[in-house]
Design a protein. Structure first.
Length: 113
């Protein structure tokens, strides 16, 4: 992972964990979704974002979201390893797993390095 991309990814993950531990799950998800876009091409980063999304689903007591994140952990790891990830996908269960989404130009510049 390029150093600037890694720094941006890690900053979003730190912010998401801070929000999670403060009980602010919605804010944590916003950071995780951005971290997902930044890190989904890399197996460990991709799985880590889904792991934290799973923790939020469990905290919210949402079986549907938890199941969706468990599935995304497995398929996301395989997709990252195989080099197939839907660009811009935010990783939440409110978006189809294979749906591509537009990427903010600032994020696109980081991804293109």
């Amino acid at each position: 992972m390029h150093p600037e991309l890694r720094k941006a990814y890690e900053a979003e993950m730190v912010s998401s964990r801070h929000c999670y531990h403060a009980g602010r799950c919605a804010a944590a998800m916003v950071h995780l979704e951005l971290a997902h876009v930044l890190g989904q091409r890399y197996v460990l980063a991709h799985v880590a974002t889904h792991y934290w999304m799973l923790k939020i689903a469990l905290r919210r007591r949402s079986p549907r979201q938890a199941w969706g994140q468990l599935l995304r952990i497995v398929l996301g790891a395989i997709g990252s390893a195989a080099g197939f990830v839907p660009a811009g996908n935010t990783g939440g269960t409110d978006i189809g797993m294979f749906r591509r989404l537009p990427i903010d130009p600032a994020i696109r510049r980081l991804l293109d390095k």
